[in-house]
Design a protein. Structure first.
Length: 228
């Protein structure tokens, strides 16, 4: 809750956001190299915070571009992002083949933040009706809580055997996977809403009060003396 608002406060310009993203990418490469030498479980590595920080960096870049890009370009940017996604997917064998090297592999995976960020930028400038509706706006409001809470919920449901029970149901993955997603959302969304109401909202209010105190008040206007 403290780290990402701090990053937003630091990345106040496009060059700063680009610099932070480059640092994140270098950190992800270094983290992966060290983890591989320590024989850390690869699944743990790719789901770790340090590995995924470049994606947040691309989000910072997209946020800065949002302030500079005309809204009329939103649709074109969305189409461009989809085209870039296809290109990145088609290029996967070049960067992920055996012997490609850690640097190339990690940087390729981090570079997926570019089409994702561009897609977010395009849809923010020209929101499609599928995403711009009351349900999605509510989920967007509590999205930080969803992000923070979902790993613990998934871990807990797995320990309770919920996913194993769903997997044993007839119908195959075409039925069991959507059902598992629905069960997970049913647990995550109320928890995320509670985090938003009882943690995020009070924190935002405290932050605003602190910010108002840090901003100097404008000098009071001095009225000219009345003429005799």
């Amino acid at each position: 809750y403290a780290a990402f608002p701090l990053l937003l406060a630091i990345a106040t310009t496009l060059p700063r956001a680009i610099f932070i993203t480059a640092v994140f990418a270098a950190g992800a490469v270094a983290y992966t190299i060290i983890a591989s030498k320590l024989k850390v479980n690869p699944t743990f590595v790719v789901h770790g915070l340090l590995f995924n920080l470049p994606y947040f960096g691309f989000g910072l870049i997209a946020f800065q571009l949002l302030r500079l890009t005309p809204a009329r370009l939103g649709g074109y940017l969305t189409l461009g992002a989809l085209a870039l996604t296809v290109v990145a997917w088609a290029a996967a064998p070049i960067f992920t083949r055996p012997g490609a090297g850690v640097y190339r592999n990690v940087l390729y995976m981090a570079a997926w933040g570019a089409p994702f960020g561009l897609l977010c930028l395009g849809m923010a400038l020209r929101p499609p009706g599928l995403l711009s509706n009351p349900v999605m706006q509510f989920l967007g409001k509590i999205s930080f809580g969803v992000y923070l809470a979902h790993p613990q919920v998934i871990f807990g449901l797995n320990r309770l055997g919920v996913y194993d029970a769903i997997q044993r149901l007839p119908g195959g993955s075409g039925l069991t996977f959507p059902l598992a997603v629905l069960v997970t959302c049913a647990a995550v969304i109320p928890l995320a809403w509670g985090l938003f109401v009882f943690v995020e909202t009070p924190g935002i209010q405290i932050g605003r009060r602190i910010a108002r105190r840090l901003v100097p008040s404008p000098p009071a206007a001095v009225e000219p003396p009345l003429a005799a």
